[in-house]
Design a binder for this molecule. Structure first.
Ligand SMILES: Nc1ncnc2c1ncn2[C@@H]1O[C@H](COP(=O)(O)OP(=O)(O)OP(=O)(O)O)[C@@H](O)[C@H]1O
Ligand SMILES: [Mg+2]
Length: 425
């Protein structure tokens, strides 16, 4: 047996590599929901970290490993490759397929888990937005996916929306940039895959009756095209160039994208001067990066936006001009106490940034009802007692701290589920 890995966790060596993955004993495995796949995929937990282990052909494992590593270097939203285990031989001498080990994406929801309750159309829309945005981001990075589908995507909660991650890079290619033809081809593959998956969901009675499978796949493409256009279109500006440019950059930042440079060309025609502006958008993560820089917190884009709003409001209220200082105070005096207020047995329900965002929203809703601001502390108490307690344990079902009790369905959240929140049975 031979392990290739950037950072080998020695515990990996103790796994039963001479046994086919299908036959691994249950004590090594964690039962987590997973998407549909041709290869055998199992989850194992080693010292508090969950890994996904996929048996596949050597060439494929190597390619996927290299690609995932390359994607990680450019901070693409994809699962992290950990190792390849090759030269596996069973006790009877039979040669076994190599495996690719990736880190399990914590708090992630494969779409099958999301659809296990019939999904409301609004939630579906958010998923489609997340998937379209993922494809746009990958294309901006020069990545041709070759097999974009719901099964090859993982979703994480992101302050009322979803953030999507690539999970299967087997067919991908990383280029310097993609031509419109390559993007179009990738989009067509996505359309076909998603249409097929939506048909399957419909056949299984999991698709909301108001949702048409063809509409689902067309919508991903439409949303992709709208976002792509917004990020890249060349804008003709007649006057006030400076302000127009600021406006465009601001709009792109709002969408979560950073602009690396803006190219300008001047067109003179009949004494009429037009400036053509074209921003070069780098990756999404504008708010994520600002939050990380200020507080060290790692959050999804919309979560980061909400946390930054709270931070900015705090800074304004407490009249602290220095941003870094205000951020530190906010972190230690607002954010951390809220997270600490959650009793340990409830901490696996939502990850901290999502928890904080939902508490701010709860405070807002309570204050609206009361007609005055109720403050943070009562909102925290009310959220813990009336909302969080009824939520399914998402870290348990979807993350790492798993035991059998937690995997049992919690029907008691049924009556409480106010929106689409109880996504997992
Ligand atoms: N790192 C991970 N974190 C969470 N889930 C994962 C991870 N790796 C794999 N999975 C789950 O396992 C499923 C199958 O993985 P993957 O798509 O890589 O397998 P595959 O056999 O190559 O698929 P395909 O049939 O599309 O070729 C995914 O849909 C996902 O639900
Ligand atoms: Mg797959």
């Amino acid at each position: 047996m031979r392990i290739t890995s950037a950072l080998v966790d020695p515990a990996l060596l103790d796994l039963p590599w001479s046994t086919p993955l299908e036959e691994w004993p249950a004590d090594h495995l964690v039962a987590l929901p997973q998407g549909i796949s041709r290869h055998v995929v199992r989850f194992v937990k080693l010292q508090g970290t969950v890994y996904a282990v996929k048996e596949t052909r050597e060439k494929i494992a190597e390619r996927e490993y290299d690609l995932l590593r390359a994607l990680e270097r450019i901070s693409a939203p994809a699962v992290e490759a950990v190792a390849i285990v090759a030269d596996r031989v069973a006790l009877d001498g039979e040669v076994l397929e190599p495996v690719l080990v990736t880190r399990h994406l914590q708090f992630s929801l494969p779409y099958r888990a999301l659809f296990s309750h019939t999904l409301r159309p609004e939630t579906m829309n958010r998923l489609l937005d997340a998937l379209a945005a993922l494809l746009v981001r990958m294309h901006l990075l020069g990545f041709f996916w070759g097999d974009c589908s719901l099964s090859n995507t993982l979703f994480r909660r992101d302050a009322g929306a979803f953030a999507a991650y690539l999970v299967d890079a087997e067919t991908g290619q990383l280029h310097l940039r993609l031509s419109p033809g390559q993007r179009g081809e990738d989009l067509e593959i996505a359309r076909t895959n998603i249409f097929g998956e939506a048909l399957d969901l419909q056949a299984a009675g999991l698709l909301h009756e108001g949702i048409d499978p063809e509409h689902v796949s067309d919508e991903v493409v439409r949303r992709y095209e709208t976002l792509w256009h917004e990020l890249t279109f060349e804008q003709a500006v007649e006057a006030d160039t400076r302000r127009q440019m600021d406006k465009r950059i601001r709009r792109l930042n709002e969408l979560g994208f950073d602009v690396e440079e803006v190219s300008m060309s001047v067109v003179e025609e009949g004494g009429h001067r037009t400036v053509m502006l074209r921003p070069k958008v780098v990756d999404a993560g504008h708010h994520t990066r600002r939050l990380l820089r200020l507080t060290g917190l790692d959050a999804e884009e919309n979560q980061a936006r909400a946390l930054l709003n709270d931070l900015d409001a705090y800074r304004a209220e407490s009249d602290m001009p220095d941003e870094a200082q205000a951020a530190h105070r906010w972190l230690t005096e607002v954010f951390e106490p809220v997270i600490r207020a959650v009793p340990p047995h409830l901490r696996g329900k939502l990850e901290p940034p999502e928890l904080f965002v939902q508490i701010i929203e709860h405070r807002w809703a309570l204050s609206e009802q009361a007609g005055r601001d109720l403050g943070l502390a009562p909102a925290v108490q009310s959220f813990l007692a009336n909302v969080l307690i009824h939520r399914p344990d998402e870290q348990a079902v979807l993350g790492y701290e798993v035991d059998d009790d937690m995997l049992m369905s919690s029907d008691d959240d049924e009556d409480e589920a106010p929106e689409d929140e109880s996504l997992v049975d």
